[in-house]
Design a protein around this ligand. Structure first.
Ligand SMILES: [Zn+2]
Length: 149
């Protein structure tokens, strides 16, 4: 909200003229309903375009309104829609393909798997921590490697 510097006096019937500059910059046309707002404590009132939902859902026009699939639209917007006026196609949303991560097995892992395979073959009764000790890796690593066996 900014001060416009424009002032008008009420006439004897309580009317004011809304300056043309304000009407133009607000896009208010003659005959358009306006709504009053007020804040008594602050001694402030404002005027806004009246929109109670009884205006076109697309352009806020009040003329030639019709319901179109439960949306209130004006005749002009319906015509525009019929003629595809102002329609710009929206590209279909790109659906992200789910990423299937290939299990990357690097060389050292492959070597470890080979060693573990050998160890398991030679010492099938050994415990996980013994394999870990022999291969010089953690027990957690052994259980990971076992899945790759
Ligand atoms: Zn409209």
């Amino acid at each position: 909200m900014k001060r416009t510097g424009m002032t008008r006096s009420l006439d004897t019937l309580g009317r004011i003229v809304i300056p043309m500059e304000i009407r133009n910059s607000m896009g208010i046309k003659i005959g358009e309903p306006l709504e009053f707002f007020m804040n008594v404590e602050k001694g402030f009132m404002g005027i806004g375009k009246y929109s109670s939902g009884v205006s076109c859902n697309l352009c806020n026009s009040f003329q030639d309104l019709t319901y179109f699939n439960s949306l209130l639209l004006c005749k002009q917007c319906i015509l525009d829609l019929k003629g595809n006026v102002g329609v710009s196609p929206i590209p279909a949303p790109v659906v992200k393909q789910p990423m299937y991560k290939e299990k990357k097995v690097n060389r050292s892992t492959q070597e470890l798997v080979e060693s573990l395979r050998r160890l398991v073959r030679e010492h099938p009764a050994a415990k996980q921590n013994e394999y870990a000790k022999r291969l010089g890796v953690s027990q957690g690593r052994i259980s990971q490697l076992k899945k790759l066996l």
